[in-house]
Design a protein around this ligand. Structure first.
Ligand code: AMP
Length: 584
């Protein structure tokens, strides 16, 4: 079915969008002009995200404005003004200083969406240490991998997470000198300390040291097809992209109340759940609880949310819930809905308009880009199913790789690799300790994103699929290799191949094909045991939900598992080119 474009004239919108003339804005755009809008550290001492997001606001008229409203699972509410955030993040920065955590050293946070996570993020940026958030749903294996690859120097977590997931792996992490627990009053020992005690003892004054815009700021792990997770390094200069996308994509205006539903374990939750709204001096809602349709509509109503940033899995779950929101909830303040992370079905865009009274604006980016790169803007026609057009200041293209170079495909509607011209401020500067993998992402002056896409004659981009085996489940990237490696640690497993199997709500589910070692029978009992083993080791966000026993896995002659073939067989699709398949 062809979906009709959705056009809402700027005059009919409650607030006049910032980006009205796309071509003109692109033509007049310069990153240097954006840089000059930011105050920078006093006395020309550089550019620091936390200064721009918090201290600058706390020193001006927005000082007493609500910055974060935190809604606890159990009904508790905590409010933080810009001034509160300044003081608390300064305390945390002083805690880091006291414990000898230095510039560039990695501070990990493993926690749900609780206030200390947000305070730690900002305090860490002030100390020019590196903020590394982890999903709280990870099991011990992914956590150990990331702490170890990231040379974790300090970890902030809760008593429960510590006992369940960290205490047992602590010995294998010699660099991890301190663990701060958010919910104990007394230290456990000399290295496992009470964060509340340290915060109470710390001063609320902190002078941000000189910060080079190229200093490492945030480290997010993302999944690869081969090998273990990659740590994408973002730097303080990324703040320019957050400022621009906050204006042109999110269309923040001073009275906005913004709700980004993403967890900071994912880059959306740090770039847009923390940094971008603070930069624009607006109020953000943080909800600790997991998805619940009733709760979400209630939050939109009660908090009078005006701009909402969420993800396709959640939207599909809302579509399935038998609720007619406009009959039961007053959502009149809401003026913009954005989505990111997975393909957004055209049905969902149109559903938004019919059921919520607003279409859903899809946008595209990834951990490596640090900020939104392609978007459907408030004032522009939405083409349901399209990711939109490149951000002003971003040059995108569809390319085809030819040996060591690329051809740029200028014809419209041709499928190829989605590529971006390097040089935007939030572009990742490295995969930590993995220079070769980083270098391989750049070919002939283009960053190759790993996604396949098309561009239509009017410059709108359309997602086609991933160019690799990475799985997207509930918006979360899962690297098959990491799952296969964990399963192979079970004594019954000889080898495993893992794929993403399409699923209508969460996009894909993780499915494992397992070959058993001699002497093990493929029983239902063993299958359940292996599924349980996966959950314990990997955590619910990553573990396979389906498992099938097979006699052998298809491999290339060079020994690589052909996941593409496993997937084609699972879906009953043509097997494609199997010339490299090992036979016999
Ligand atoms: P992550 O680095 O975890 O944010 O994942 C980035 C990947 O998610 C992209 O490379 C895409 O494969 C996918 N993705 C993000 N946004 C979209 C979108 N709007 N449409 C389709 N896929 C998306």
């Amino acid at each position: 079915m062809d979906w009709k474009p959705i056009r809402k004239s700027p005059e009919l919108q409650a607030v006049r969008p910032h980006l009205l003339d796309y071509e003109k804005t692109c033509a007049g755009f310069s990153w240097e002009a954006v840089r000059s809008e930011l105050s920078g550290l006093p006395e020309g001492k550089g550019l620091n995200i936390a200064h721009e997001a918090v201290d600058r606001q706390a020193a001006g008229p927005l000082r007493d404005r609500l910055a974060f409203r935190w809604l606890g699972k159990d009904g508790a509410v905590q409010d933080f003004t810009f001034c509160d955030l300044k003081e608390q993040s300064s305390r945390f920065a002083n805690v880091l200083k006291r414990l000898g955590v230095e510039k560039g050293e990695r501070v990990f946070v493993l926690a749900g969406r609780i206030p200390p996570l947000y305070i730690a993020a900002l305090g860490c940026l002030k100390n020019i240490s590196v903020f590394c958030p982890l999903f709280s749903a990870f099991g011990p294996d992914p956590i150990r991998q990331r702490l170890s690859r990231g040379d974790a120097r300090l970890l902030v977590t809760t008593e429960r997470q510590y006992a369940k997931k960290i205490a047992g792996i602590r010995e294998s992490l010699p660099q991890l000198r301190h663990v701060l627990l958010t919910d104990i009053d007394d230290d456990l020992d000399e290295t496992v300390l009470s964060l509340p005690r340290l915060m109470a003892e710390a001063s609320a004054d902190f002078t941000i040291p000189p910060t080079d815009p190229e200093d490492m700021a945030v480290l997010h792990f993302t999944s690869g097809t081969t090998g273990m997770p990659k740590g994408a390094v973002l730097v303080h200069d990324a703040v320019l992209t957050h400022l621009v996308t906050g204006r042109y994509v999110m269309d923040f205006h001073s009275a906005d109340i913004f709700w980004c539903t993403a967890d900071p374990g994912w880059v959306t939750g740090s770039s847009y759940g923390i940094i971008a709204p603070l930069l624009h001096g607006i109020t953000s809602i943080i909800d600790e609880a997991d998805f619940d349709a009733e709760r979400w509509y209630r939050i939109l109503e009660e908090q009078r949310v005006t701009v909402w940033y969420t993800a396709p899995t959640a939207i599909r779950m809302l579509m399935r819930a038998a609720i007619e929101p406009l009959k039961r909830f007053d959502l009149s303040p809401l003026r913009l809905i954005h989505s990111v992370g997975e393909p957004l079905n055209p049905e969902a865009v149109v559903w938004g308009e019919r059921v919520l009274g607003l279409p859903i604006h899809d946008n595209w980016w990834q951990t490596e880009t640090g900020g939104i790169m392609i978007a459907n803007y408030a004032a522009m026609e939405i083409r349901p199913g399209s990711m939109g057009r490149p951000l002003p200041g971003i040059e995108a293209a569809i390319v085809r790789r030819v040996d060591d170079s690329v051809d740029v495909l200028t014809e419209p509607d041709v499928e190829g690799d989605l590529a971006l011209r390097p040089g935007w401020p939030s572009m990742f500067r490295a995969y930590l300790h993995d220079e070769e993998r980083y270098r391989k992402c750049f070919v002939s002056g283009w960053y190759i994103t790993g996604d396949l896409a098309k561009r239509d004659a009017d410059g709108y981009y359309w997602f086609v699929g991933r160019g690799d085996d990475i799985i997207k489940t509930s918006g979360h990237m899962v690297g098959p290799f990491e799952v296969e490696s964990a399963l192979m640690e079970h004594p019954a497993v000889a080898e495993a191949g893992v794929i993403g199997k399409p699923e209508p709500i969460i996009g894909e589910i993780v499915k494992a094909f397992v070959c058993l070692k001699p002497g093990f029978e493929p029983t239902d009992k063993l299958r359940l045991e292996l599924i349980g083993f996966g959950r314990t080791r990997l955590g619910s966000a990553v573990a396979p939900k389906e498992m099938e026993f097979v006699d052998s896995l298809p491999r290339t002659r060079s020994g690589k598992i052909m996941r593409r073939l496993l997937k084609a067989r699972e879906l009953g699709l043509p097997e494609g080119d199997t010339s490299t398949l090992e036979t016999g």
